[in-house]
Design a protein around this ligand. Structure first.
Ligand SMILES: Cc1cc2nc3c(=O)[nH]c(=O)nc-3n(C[C@H](O)[C@H](O)[C@H](O)COP(=O)(O)OP(=O)(O)OC[C@H]3O[C@@H](n4cnc5c(N)ncnc54)[C@H](O)[C@@H]3O)c2cc1C
Length: 440
């Protein structure tokens, strides 16, 4: 791309990373930016960030990501992002029944921060169940065998509101947004093959073509719909989310609790005061949706009823156990707004921020958030600026990758913070249907 900052730039996807990219480009002086999204409003319900909250934590076994998370947390404390960041603290724990892998992960996460100059004064070990009860009097359950630590440097961000706020800010600064299933849904990338294979624009579902000098594709789990080769190293994967509806006084009671992440069960957050919802996520290796013909996993937009208002029985069991151990009076309450949410996973949990090969540096792909990319929202766009400045991705870990092989189902299972085995969502949905029929 030339130094002319009025040349048209198109960003695909107004999710977490697309909005951040637009923010950093506009801060750099680019004045002709258009963002396309298939959703009619922001936050998009197709975005992995379409949620009331996401963990913002600095602990990683790899100091590279710890440093990035630290920078991101600085970003969360600025006026633009600050209203959405809640530094409630973050508890990492294992229950008495945790497998060795979960215990090992906890110890490694703690080792990565306990002597870190920035974090060490914020860490409190929680060696036994009574330590949890002493600190968080609201946990009236037995917390059987719980041990872990509290990190006061971390917390969560209100993800839907952060996306809404950044969208509002960008629209006010002249970034154009083209939204909706017709105008905003990109169906095709347009290439000029007369010289090199250069991406020169996009086609939307309404048949319009839009030209640009640079296209940055931030399509999350949907990336392989438009750039199929991405699907060979970054797989659409999903996790369950469920909520408990609280009364006003229950919401007040739980105000200020830290995010609690029990590695072998799941995690929950301080309730959202606006909706009085307590959000819970089970921890597991997740579900994929592989097309047998292409071998590529994409979210089930057309070929399966999207499994909304439902989570797999194995996930529900983990969440009920988590509640029994911590907030037992909620353990049997019906879950509301249950859903399966999609993100882009890589085998080693590394991001991809690179030019698509052989496109004459006209097309950038941001992919492989691997389920830990929301916290990076304040800084993601700076990685795109670095790439443009350097002309190539200097860091091997974020380069475009060669295909990883056939066995997508096993991708990511080795990652230390995932417990369990990845399954096909189609099999899980069929299992549910069989159980329903058996009950009739
Ligand atoms: C259940 C769950 C829990 C998570 N928890 C955490 C957490 O606690 N902390 C954390 O840091 N991260 C967490 N993550 C990960 C985080 O949400 C993602 O890393 C992040 O949202 C990725 O951003 P993205 O911009 O790449 O993708 P997305 O935010 O998913 O954005 C993709 C966008 O592309 C749009 N789009 C798709 N197809 C098209 C098309 N054809 N044309 C136009 N637009 C299109 C979509 O509408 C969407 O807006 C979690 C993810 C999930 C699923």
């Amino acid at each position: 791309m030339t130094a002319n900052k009025s040349e048209p730039i198109i960003i695909l996807g107004s999710g977490t990373w697309g909005l951040s990219t637009a923010l950093h480009l506009v801060n750099e002086g680019h004045s002709n930016i258009t963002v396309f999204d298939r959703a009619s409003e922001i936050p998009s319900r197709y975005s992995a960030g379409y949620d009331i909250n996401k963990i913002v934590r600095p602990e990683y076994e790899d100091p590279f990501y710890t440093d990035l998370a630290l920078k991101a947390i600085q970003g969360w404390k600025t006026p633009l992002f600050g209203p959405y960041f809640h530094k409630t603290g973050y508890v990492v724990a294992t229950s008495g029944r945790a497998p060795q892998k979960a215990i090992k992960h906890l110890n490694e996460a703690l080792a990565s921060i306990k002597d870190h100059p920035v974090f060490k004064s914020h860490i409190t070990p929680l060696n036994k169940p009574q330590d949890f009860k002493d600190l968080f009097w609201q946990f009236r359950g037995p917390v059987t065998g719980f041990s872990g630590y509290l990190n006061r440097f971390a917390g969560y961000a209100h993800s839907a509101n952060a996306m809404k706020g950044v969208h509002h800010h960008l629209a006010g600064r002249g970034v154009k947004f083209v939204l909706g299933p017709e105008n905003g849904r990109v169906t095709k990338l347009v290439y000029d093959t007369s010289k090199a294979r250069r991406c020169v624009g996009v086609r939307t579902a309404d048949g319009q073509e839009h030209k640009a000098t640079l296209i940055v594709s931030c399509l999350g789990a949907y990336q392989a719909e438009l750039i199929p080769d991405v699907g060979k190293f970054s797989v659409a994967k999903s996790w369950s989310v469920a909520h408990v509806q609280l009364t006003e006084s229950e919401c007040d009671l739980l105000r200020g609790i830290p995010v609690i992440n029990v590695r072998d069960l799941g995690f929950f957050f301080e309730p959202d005061p606006a909706t009085r919802l307590l959000k819970l996520c089970p921890l597991g290796a997740g579900y994929i949706n592989t097309d047998k013909k292409t071998g590529i996993s994409l979210p089930p937009l057309n070929n399966l009823p999207p499994p909304q208002d439902y989570i797999p029985a194995e996930d529900e069991a983990k969440l009920r156990q988590l509640l029994r151990e911590t907030l037992p009076w909620l353990a049997n309450r019906p879950f509301v707004d249950q859903k399966i949410c999609w993100f882009a996973d890589t085998a080693d949990s590394e991001f991809c921020v690179d030019f698509v090969p052989d496109t004459d540096r006209s097309l950038i792909v941001l992919s492989g958030d691997s389920g830990h990319g929301f916290k990076m929202m304040p800084i993601v766009g700076s990685w795109v600026l670095d790439l443009l400045k350097d002309g190539h991705q200097k860091m091997k870990r974020w380069q475009w990758k060669k295909p990883e092989g056939e066995n997508m189902a096993a991708w990511g299972d080795a990652v230390s913070w995932r417990i369990g085995t990845t399954r096909e969502i189609g099999d899980v949905v069929q299992e549910r249907d069989r159980m329903i029929r058996a009950r009739l």
